[in-house]
Structure formats: structure tokens, C-alpha cells
Design a protein around this ligand. Structure first.
Ligand SMILES: [Zn+2]
Ligand SMILES: [Zn+2]
Length: 345
């Protein structure tokens, strides 16, 4: 006790230095620590990491530099090896084996900081029922394909039910900050609405299966699509995102309607430059489930639907796409026009 006090007073460790919850995102944990010290997260970061003050604006969950993690480990008296598990650094060698230094955000990880396009503002996702138990944000909800809570079997929420603002782990409702409220992440930073009082919506069986498969792939680092075993789960995520993106094109409307007859994003969005990550969660989940069902019996079911609706290689892959082999090889082998004609002969 005495040594802890000496360390705290000397400034070597912070007066409050609890560990993160087992599946908490680093940014969520850091925000909660800042609030316990009666400071907003950005100010607390700036004071404690003066040489790296810009890093808070970057994405610490995706690529937290080693020196920041070491400082956090020291200031909170937490093992470095444990803290790194609260970032995507932990899986980085699997995601990005050839370029470990890149800090670019893979497009299948959603941003923490609020980003805007013309029709949709992006924030963090959370399960209202999980939040009622403990007010923090989970790292794996940042996976683009994570749309439901497999524990409570309800859909995740990405916006405030009262004011429609996106949820953020970086921003705190000012009156809550002044009293140092410890559950501040459970409140909307724009209007102060308590997310825990909102109603949750039941997720479908397909949605839960999709989330279970993707989370399993994320944690194991590898997965199996039909008869194909993938060594790296990030290759699955890259290809899966391309399939989702393609399903939003007008040419694929029949395939989308095959799985989701009522799907009609054109009433909400411009069809130009449409990407799955820019869709609101309610629309995105329909596309994700359709894409997952396309993978049933891969690649036989996928090819049958392509034949049925007359689709070809260019309906799935654009010239600048970086395509993982498991998906690209099937499209190239079976859906290129030259190959299709040769087989017909
Ligand atoms: Zn939950
Ligand atoms: Zn609000």
C-alpha cells in the first residue's frame, strides 16, 4: 500500500489505474481512465503523452505505437503484453504479414472517430444489454461485420435513439465530465441520453450466425469458406467486403432481392460510390446476411446464382481491386467471359 502511494504521488503511475475489461477497446479504457481523473480524454492524453499528443486523433485501437503502449503500461501498472490485446496490434501480424508498419485502417474495421459522408455519420457500435451490465465499448464491435451481440442475441446500436448522433468513445457529454461520471460512455455525447434506457431489437438467426462466424475468424486468425481453408482471416474479410460492395451495385439487384426481397437502399442513398461501410447498420445487415448466404456451399451456390442472373467477373471485381486468392481465383476461373465461352464450346 505504501509503495503504491509513493509511486502514485511521484507521478510514475496514475492515482487511478484500473485494468481494462477483458474485451474492451483501448480507446474506451483510456477514456474511462481520463474521466476518473476528471479530464476529457483528449486533454488527458495530451498532458500525459506530450510528444505524441496527435496520436489520440489517430486510431489507437488499430495501430497503437509501442512507445504509447509502454507508457500506458507503466502509468497504469498493467503488463504490456496484456494491453496490446486491447488493440488490433495483437492480430496485426496475421492481418498484415508483409507490412507491419502501416497504420492505414483496413476497410473492414469501422472508425472510432466520427467520420461523415453526405448521408451517414459513423461512430462506434454497442449492445444496449451489455452496456447495462458494464458501460464500456468492446474492441470486436469495430469489425464491420459485427452487427449483433451473440450473448444477448440483439442487434447492435450505432446512433443515439433520441438525437440520432453517432456513438463515440472519444467524446463525453460536458455536464457528465464536470462531475467525473464514471459511466459517461453510456450517455450520448450530444444530448446526454442514457443508451441503457433504450430498447434493444432481437437479431435474426442468420445475423447471429454471421457474427459468430466473423468473430470466430477474427480471434482464431483463420477460417474455412466452403471447402477452402484460409490461412489468414483478414483475407476472408477483404473478399467478404468486396462481395458486400458488389451486392450494392444495380447489376446485382436481382441477387440481393433473391435473399432480401424488401431491400431498397436507393430510397436512402445515392447509388454512386456506394460501399458497405457507408450504409446505416439497418441496411448493412441485410447486405451482410445476403453475402454470407452466398458463401453457403462455396463456390457451387455462388456460381449457380451467377449463372441464373447472368453475372460475370466484372460484376464482382473492379480493375483496381486488390482481390484475395480464395475469391479472385473462383471469379477468374469461372466467371471470366472467355472462360465461360470456352466451357460452352
Ligand atoms: Zn450484449
Ligand atoms: Zn443524443
Amino acid at each position: 500500500m505504501q509503495s503504491w502511494l509513493e509511486l502514485s504521488i511521484s507521478g510514475k503511475i496514475w492515482p487511478v489505474h484500473f485494468p481494462p475489461f477483458h474485451d474492451e477497446a483501448l480507446t474506451s479504457w483510456f477514456s474511462r481512465l481520463a474521466l476518473f481523473h476528471f479530464q476529457v480524454p483528449s486533454t488527458f492524453f495530451m498532458y500525459n503523452m506530450p510528444l505524441r499528443s496527435d496520436s489520440w486523433k489517430q486510431d489507437l485501437d488499430v495501430a497503437c505505437s509501442e512507445d504509447i503502449l509502454r507508457q500506458l503500461s507503466q502509468k497504469c501498472s498493467q503488463p504490456y503484453d496484456k494491453l496490446i490485446q486491447h488493440t488490433f496490434n495483437y492480430w496485426r501480424s496475421r492481418f498484415d504479414p508483409y507490412d507491419g508498419v502501416s497504420t492505414a485502417l483496413p476497410r473492414w474495421i469501422t472508425p472510432t472517430l466520427i467520420r461523415r459522408n453526405t448521408v451517414h455519420h459513423h461512430g462506434c457500435k454497442l449492445c444496449i444489454l451489455c452496456l447495462r451490465q458494464r458501460p464500456y465499448l468492446k474492441l470486436d464491435t469495430r469489425l464491420l461485420f459485427n452487427i449483433a451481440c451473440p450473448i444477448h442475441k440483439v442487434l447492435l446500436t450505432e446512433k443515439c435513439g433520441r438525437c440520432n448522433y453517432p456513438i463515440s468513445s472519444h467524446r463525453v457529454f460536458p455536464p457528465l465530465f464536470q462531475v467525473g461520471q464514471v459511466d459517461a460512455l453510456a450517455f450520448c455525447h450530444n444530448c446526454g441520453n442514457d443508451f441503457r434506457l433504450e430498447k434493444s431489437r432481437i437479431a435474426s438467426k442468420d445475423e447471429i450466425n454471421l457474427v459468430r462466424f466473423c468473430l470466430d475468424s477474427l480471434y482464431k486468425g483463420h477460417c474455412r469458406v466452403g471447402n477452402v481453408s484460409l490461412q489468414y482471416s483478414h483475407l476472408f474479410f477483404e473478399g467478404f467486403r468486396l462481395i458486400c460492395r458488389s451486392l450494392l451495385r444495380p447489376r446485382q439487384r436481382e441477387v440481393m432481392n433473391h435473399f432480401a426481397p424488401k431491400f431498397d437502399p436507393s430510397t436512402h442513398y445515392s447509388l454512386r460510390n456506394q460501399e458497405i461501410e457507408f450504409l446505416a447498420l439497418d441496411d448493412a445487415r441485410q447486405v451482410l446476411v445476403a453475402a454470407m448466404r452466398l458463401l453457403d456451399d462455396w463456390p457451387i451456390g455462388f456460381l449457380q446464382l451467377n449463372r441464373k442472373y447472368g453475372l460475370s467477373h466484372s460484376d464482382w471485381i473492379m480493375p483496381r481491386d486488390i482481390v484475395p486468392y480464395w475469391f479472385g481465383s473462383v471469379a477468374k476461373e469461372h466467371l471470366r467471359k472467355a472462360n465461360i465461352t470456352a466451357k460452352r464450346r
